[in-house]
Write a protein that binds this ligand. Structure first.
Ligand code: COA
Length: 458
């Protein structure tokens, strides 16, 4: 099979893996207004329709800020603000409602074109912000309650709820509520496994923001995923906005709430942290202009944007017999290139307990082994899936194995390597002599490979 076909097959496998994992799960999509104006919008909506048609429970929260601004300007209504929060006056409310429902209808139209049922309903109960520091916020409100029973009624039928930025009090008073807040509250109340923030910016990237060491960075400096702690570190490190010149990433002021100053990407990261703390499993920040970005983010390990997660979706664990074919597939090209000593399934099975694998979302992307030779341990069979190289997987496996050796009271670990000595040196290993190897291992030394010996005292 040629490489292109092989890649396609791998991608289809990955997609099925995620499809079965998330089938029937609720996902909330907060989509900024500028995305609806972009030429990519129809394709994005087709992908969302596809998700709804294949059994995902899709909720859409359209952002309408820029359209509300435009409508108010058109009717010569000047907005007043308390800090960054717009005061929705009695006079401006009908125009805010008109703008909010106009945007929601665009989503309804797009879904109807794909034969997906959708509903714009009174699914959010709101209450007014009241008087803050002596300023009456009038019709500016906050989420009071999410009517989960009504949501489930629609979602169980495969209908997509669309939530404009308007909520109503129990007595029927309308309030303008920030879409981001609605998206957060709906995700938390509905037990969503995923919350997407879709906008028109490149997200968090290395080279624009100060990014702590060890983050998973992909092509164009995109941060592929962050755990909660890393997300909080990035926020703290970039408190004053993009450190290195915000490339296409303008300062952000939200519609009704009071975000601290900073870029939209940082603002979304802050929302993501809030969502994780409200028990949403994963938040995805993606650029709506990229073709297939939602599908790639959902159905492939590498994604298309930045995933912020709370659950431990990656781990190092012991090898199981059922993993051996996958591990051999990972090693095969490296064995062919001569980087790794050739092993077959029986060899691995025999030393099964020495091996560990690095799993991301249930799929293996790296492996390594620690073989015991008396008081010394040998680190061997280190291999990382090339798609996942330079993301620290190898380093984490070595640390894991060294830790295991330490717990087993070994005094040193060594590695025999032909082409990776520089890498082991960066991990603290030092070149050593053949004589430093345990006697028994020296007898098995393959003279023709001429591997170098590197050791680490532990
Ligand atoms: C060695 C190997 C396991 C590293 O995997 P990895 O998960 O990409 O490693 P990490 O992400 O922890 O480290 C990547 C860093 O090491 C560097 N690196 C990778 N291979 C290297 C090598 N052979 N020599 C020197 N540096 C190397 C990368 O450039 C990267 O540098 P950066 O952090 O400055 O960007 C992987 O390259 C591999 O599978 N190699 C072939 C098999 C092999 O030789 N195994 C060792 C014999 S047991």
């Amino acid at each position: 099979m040629n490489q292109m076909l092989q890649n396609q097959v791998d991608l289809i496998r990955e997609a099925f893996h995620y499809q079965s994992r998330f089938d029937g799960s609720t996902m909330v999509f907060k989509i900024d207004f500028p995305v609806t104006e972009d030429p990519s919008f129809p394709t994005l909506m087709k992908d969302l329709a596809l998700l709804a048609l294949t059994g995902f429970r899709v909720v859409i929260v359209p952002g309408a800020k820029e359209w509300i601004d435009a409508v108010l300007r058109k009717y010569d209504i000047v907005s007043t603000y308390a800090g960054n929060t717009r005061i929705t006056t009695k006079e401006s409310l009908p125009f805010v409602e008109m703008a909010a429902f106009h945007v929601a209808t665009r989503f309804m139209t797009a879904l109807s074109g794909s034969q997906v049922d959708a509903v714009i309903g009174n699914l959010v109960r709101a209450r007014g912000l009241g008087v803050i520091d002596g300023v009456d916020m009038e019709h500016t409100g906050m989420v009071d309650k999410i009517y989960t029973d009504s949501f489930n009624h629609f979602l169980n039928q495969g209908t997509v709820p669309i939530l404009p930025c308007i909520g109503w009090s129990p007595s029927g008073k309308p309030y303008n509520v920030p879409s981001d807040e609605i998206a957060l509250a709906a995700s938390a109340a509905l037990g969503a496994v995923k919350l997407f923030f879709i906008s028109l910016h490149g997200g968090l990237r290395e080279g624009v923001y100060t990014i702590p060491e060890g983050c998973h960075i992909g092509e164009n400096g995109r941060i592929i995923r962050l755990n909660l702690q890393e997300a909080e570190t990035i926020l703290a490190a970039n408190r004053d906005g993009p450190a290195l010149g915000g490339n296409g990433d303008p300062p952000y002021t939200a519609e009704c709430n009071k975000p601290e100053t900073g870029s939209r990407a940082l603002y979304e990261l802050r929302l993501a942290i809030q969502a994780l703390k409200a028990n949403v499993d994963r938040v995805h920040i993606i650029d709506g202009r990229e073709d297939g970005s939602i599908l790639r983010e959902l159905f492939s390990n590498m994604g298309a944007g930045t995933m912020v997660y709370a659950d431990e979706h990656e781990s190092i664990r012991n090898l199981r017999s059922s993993d051996i074919p996958v591990v051999l597939k990972l090693m095969e090209p490296l064995m062919q290139q001569g980087n790794l000593v050739r092993r077959n399934a029986e060899d691995i099975q025999e030393k099964k307990n020495d091996y560990v694998v690095y799993e991301i979302d249930g799929q293996i992307h790296a492996c390594g082994a620690l073989h015991l030779w008396g008081e010394q341990g040998e680190i061997a069979a280190m291999a990382t899936d090339p798609v996942y190289s330079d993301m620290g997987l190898g380093k984490k496996i070595v640390h894991f194995l060294v830790d295991r050796a330490r717990k087993q009271q070994l005094r040193r670990v060594f590695v025999l390597t032909t082409r990776t000595h520089d890498w082991f040196e960066t991990l603290g290993f030092k070149e050593d002599t053949l004589e430093s190897l345990p006697e028994k291992r020296r007898r098995h030394y393959n003279q023709s490979r001429k591997s170098k010996v590197f050791t680490l005292e532990i």
